[in-house]
Design a protein around this ligand. Structure first.
Ligand code: DX5
Ligand code: ZN
Length: 219
């Protein structure tokens, strides 16, 4: 079953509670929460206290995407705040096996994220240890960017890698996914779709999510 994770980055922060309740009622599977530190990416968002506040108003699994330079010291705080999935960028984790173990020790599900320019070869020694790989299909930092087309081949190659090793690892795709390309993204092998502006910049979330679901089931 493919899952849809609306990214709160594109929500109206002044009405965050209503926005969360609206996508939850509209059929979202996860809430994708983008944590940015102004170092790893050229933008700043929020920290564990925001995750804690969101945890209190939603039952959905919280898919927390850490775009921060030094994630290890913050893993306990995000896990305790209620993150279900903790995704760290491979590019900033020199001891990725240790980071993944740390996430598990704090009872969260570890995911590893690759920027568009990062090779799948870098996953060779970590793929067995994670539950999910997130492929960025834009350069991280902002919502509303255009999907990088060669991400499709990368998703296919990752899917082949996972299948060849007979692993149960989900593929999440983040950035520039819309109803126009979601079918191709799913057909390439994506299990979890992040969509920020393509959900929150529309008027009717229920209808938008229905369209996404129809296309996600349609591959
Ligand atoms: C980008 C974030 C994404 C972003 C996606 O750095 O990681 O999760 O919110 O937004 P859209 O779907 O608008 O590209
Ligand atoms: Zn994200």
């Amino acid at each position: 079953m493919k899952r849809l994770a609306p990214s709160l980055l594109s929500a109206d922060f002044g009405r965050l509670k209503e926005e969360i309740q609206a996508v939850e009622a509209a059929g979202a599977d996860y809430l994708h929460i983008d944590v940015m530190d102004g170092h790893f990416v050229p933008n700043i968002t929020f920290g564990p206290t925001m995750v804690e506040a969101i945890r209190k108003i939603s039952c959905l699994p919280l898919d927390v995407h850490l775009m921060i330079q030094n994630p290890d010291p913050f893993v306990p705080a995000f896990a305790e705040a209620g993150a279900d999935i903790l995704a760290v960028h491979l590019e900033v984790c020199p001891h990725l096996n240790r980071t993944v173990n740390l996430i598990r020790e704090h009872a969260a599900v570890p995911a590893v994220v690759l920027n568009p320019s990062a090779s799948l070869f870098l996953l060779d020694q970590i793929l067995e240890d994670v539950d999910m790989v997130m492929l960025m299909s834009v350069n991280p930092g902002f919502g509303g960017q255009k999907f990088i087309p060669n991400s499709i081949q990368k998703i296919k190659d990752l899917k082949a890698m996972i299948t060849a090793r007979d692993l149960n690892v989900d593929i999440e795709v983040d950035g520039g996914v819309t109803p126009d390309n979601v079918e191709a993204v799913c057909r390439a092998g994506a299990d979890v779709i992040v969509a920020g502006s393509a959900v929150f910049k529309t008027a009717d979330y229920r209808e938008t999510i229905r369209i996404f679901r129809e296309k996600m089931g349609n591959c």
